[in-house]
Design a protein around this ligand. Sequence first.
Ligand code: UDP
Length: 327
Amino acid sequence: MTYILVTGGAGYIGSHACKALAQAGYIPVTYDNLVTGWQDAVKFGPFELGDLLDRARLDEVFAKYQPAAVMHFAALSQVGEAMSEPGRYWSNNVTGSLNLIQAAVDSGCLDFVFSSTCATYGEHDNVVLDETTPQHPLNAYGASKRAIEDILRDYQAAYGLNHVIFRYFNVAGADPEAEVGEFHRPETHLVPLMLDAIDGKRDRLTVFGTDYDTPDGTCIRDYVHVCDLVDAHVLGLKWLEEGNESRVFNLGTGSGFSVMEVIEHSKAVTNRAVPYSVGARRAGDCTRLVSGSVRAKDELGWTAKRSTLETMITDAWRWHQNGSYKK
Ligand code: UDP
């Protein structure tokens, strides 16, 4: 029995990762403080309530399971909030991760898969974003993730902590079996907010700015299906198990869609109009974030199987109509 410690396993991406790990024959142990996660989302392995800032609790959990690896998803991840409350991002994300990384090393767990973000790149006009692109984050969320990447590199050099860093582009969609899905309270992400507006759970979607330097004036993002994303994590884990070097991989499809294009696709999938109004830009948003890398495909053998906008919105809509968490 191989345990994998999954921080943030009660959250959106972490819960999908737990399902993928269980399907691949591992036992995912969720470590989550339930501040933004849901105990109802923990369905594929044991649950351990705990905070990243609580070193004694982390030590207890490492001793109990002796996990073969850590998959670290737990983080605050909202750009708007990161702009207004940067201290929480530095404390929770960076200090919390440092605690976790130190606890892993001290317990002899030396394989680590880390959830980073394309927000570490920041604004780059007309530059293809690959893993070698300089990182100039525009907000404390991206900056906190970049700092954790640096910590991992230092711990590799000092203690041999082998790691895979995944820089995600925009994650969307849900488990096609709707066992788990995206459920944030409050919700801040485009696709679930749009589906809420479509079925009347909120008045309308606000489009954050139509004056960007893009064909229709709205921001462009590279959307990747959560199931494809977590498949890459299982491949990343195997990469480490096979003794490969620590590596950074972008996870995106290479295709960018504007906010207005996402709205149009949602209309087509749901057969319902999206009520929306145009608002001001959201502080901290980059104009365009699209991956220009095929490294994950070439080196991990990763292929994105469900990452068309149609499939992502179809899966998100199915979950939206059938799934929710209560606690
Ligand atoms: N967005 C929007 N209205 C919303 C939420 C998001 O127009 O209510 C836009 C946002 O400005 C960005 C894109 O949708 O260009 C994706 O935002 P999201 O918060 O989903 O992900 P992020 O890009 O912050 O990771």
